[in-house]
Write a protein of this length. Structure first.
Length: 216
């Protein structure tokens, strides 16, 4: 099992933290850790395969942030990090309809290796233990995993998925899901990390995590 970029299509699963089934959670505050304060519905799960969930921590309005349609790199690059942040910034460079909400274009994100570390930890955990949740097998929450890296955040969000065998496929699934789409279009976050880990002996074979945050 290793973290490698793949570019093939497969069966899909999205899962996220929050209350029951498909949902998003929002936490606010300037101190770590934040506490969930809002659990909006993630909309129609049927648009994103067997399960669909996301987890967001936010210090304010998810729709904030000035759009900048010229804020993405001209090409995605060769590494997984370059390709993932490019895909996210391409989405953020123009307004998107997330469920029933139109989200404005927002500034591009930068890659952060602490957030990548939190994503690797969670994708590895899910792949090694064959489960799909924002709660780790050790009981950790997304903010626990971010805090463990030493990252000092003012807002955070997490998307999780399984089964999609490429960045394009997983991004398409996330953008069809209201909660995941809102996390990607969250104008309050400024940095991200992501990872996927494969285990062919599990039901879905590949497990994805995106972690978004803004430092204090």
């Amino acid at each position: 099992m290793k973290v490698l970029p793949l570019f093939v299509l497969s069966s899909l699963l999205l899962v996220g933290c929050g209350s029951g089934g498909s949902s998003s959670s929002t936490s606010s505050g300037s101190d770590n850790p934040g506490t969930p304060s809002h659990l909006p519905s993630d909309g129609d799960d049927s648009s994103t395969n067997p399960g669909d969930d996301n987890n967001a921590g936010s210090g304010g309005d998810d729709n904030t942030g000035g759009g900048d349609e010229g804020n993405t790199d001209p090409s995605p690059g060769d590494t997984f990090a370059e390709q993932m942040v490019y895909a996210v910034n391409q989405a953020r460079s123009q307004s998107q309809v997330c469920g029933s909400t139109t989200m404005p274009a927002v500034p591009a994100l930068e890659w952060d290796y602490d957030l990548e570390s939190a994503a690797i930890r969670h994708s590895s955990d899910m792949a090694n233990n064959g489960f799909m949740s924002h709660t780790g097998s050790d009981g950790s929450s997304p903010e626990d995993r971010i805090n463990a890296t030493g990252y000092s955040w003012s807002t955070w969000a997490e998307n999780v998925a399984a089964g999609q065998k490429g960045i394009d496929a997983v991004m398409a699934a996330w953008m069809k899901s209201e909660g995941h789409c809102k996390n990607i279009m969250n104008g309050n976050v400024t940095e991200m990390g992501a990872a996927f880990v494969e285990n062919p002996d599990t039901q879905y074979g590949i497990y994805w995590t995106q972690v978004f945050a803004k430092p204090r």
